[in-house]
Design a protein around this ligand. Sequence first.
Ligand code: FAD
Ligand code: SF4
Ligand code: SF4
Length: 383
Amino acid sequence: MVAKGDMVYAWTSDADIAKKAECGGAVTGLLKFALEKKIVDAVFAIKKGQDLYDAVPVLITDPAKVGETAGSLHTGTLLMSKLVKNFLDGARDMKIAMTVKGCDMMGLYELAKRQQVNLDNIIMIGVNCGGTVSPITARKMIREKFGVDPDSVHKEEIDKGQFIIEYEGGHKGISIDELEEEGYGRRSNCRRCKLKVPRQADLACGNWGVIGDKAGKATFVEVCSPRGADLLDKAIKSGAIASEPANPKGIEIRGKVENAMLKLGEKWRNKDFSALKADTWGIINKETSRCIKCYSCIENCPVCFTSSEALKKNSYMITSGEVPPNPMFHIRRFAHISDTCVNCGQCEELCPMEIRLALFSHAIRVEGDAAFEPKLGKPAYQN
Ligand code: FAD
Ligand code: SF4
Ligand code: SF4
């Protein structure tokens, strides 16, 4: 009987999923099992679109199609939580099982606090996350640093601190540290992120800690809730998933890697935030003066759910046609989200004027977090 707190190596018994999956295929196997057994009405996950720089969210109701979503897309920088609110009516009338990175999970919690999604109807299969690379940076980095045509790359992975590509004619890996020193690599919010293992999801799945003959062939699963335990237990009993207890040495290694990643996150926070300290509001004011008031940062924020239309109607700070907007546009936005910014990076990622919005929101949030009790974001998660 599987219980909360268990740590296991797990792998799918479906040969097609195993071929396409990132490691053991336990995530895809569990999603398919949940749909097949009607534990959920639909699966919400990501599949490769035109190429590996194109991550496409998909809602699946046919179990035969779940296999299409296997594999990790590190250059897929989209956030799942707001999509649940905007396009699935917050899962109010539909049970879904979905894959979540730390930021997807935090976004869901924030929306639930605001009654925008129904967490009772969502099974969260968490994936550990070392970070994502924006599609534009990925293409540039592959062309300039790897000396490879980005369109010839058919597989990418992040393993043992390297960004590795497979392309027509070979494969190449370069250390993430080296890439980041030269301005490539993970998005800046991912470098600062400290939610590497999403333990507030129902299950937290990853490849860290899988050693011995199972390395690369099994998924490390940490069972984080009774609901996660129940799903895994049923899948094992039905034969959809095979498992064995995680190797104690593997558990130790996983803990060490996680700690190293947390330290790295702290290092990036210190670096990024200290560069702002001398003149925070001066820097914010200067950068936001490029704003063209497209509202993308508002529309895509998982914490803010005001529509741009409502904002235009109700707020004194919006003067039609005024570009850049009055600085209050940004000050109010930062104030509005400062207690709960989850550092998902979507505002910055999607800003057409490349304003460092995620950095500003995150810096404001962390400063608030240091000053106030109880700590923001607790007890649901800590980021
Ligand atoms: P699969 O059965 O292959 O299923 C993978 C699932 O991930 C699918 O549901 C797919 O839709 C979903 N997915 C793919 N890309 C994304 C995305 N961009 N956002 C949200 N969901 C996505 N594990 C570690 O131990 N250490 C890490 O540093 C680490 N970094 C990761 C970074 C990213 C961006 C992602 C997506 C995953 C990362 N993982 C990491 C998890 C690991 O890659 C595997 O997803 C996990 O081990 C499960 O393996 P699996 O074979 O069971 O997954
Ligand atoms: Fe992963 Fe954190 Fe970046 Fe989200 S913000 S993609 S959880 S590293
Ligand atoms: Fe302004 Fe950028 Fe926000 Fe658009 S996304 S409103 S340009 S800050």
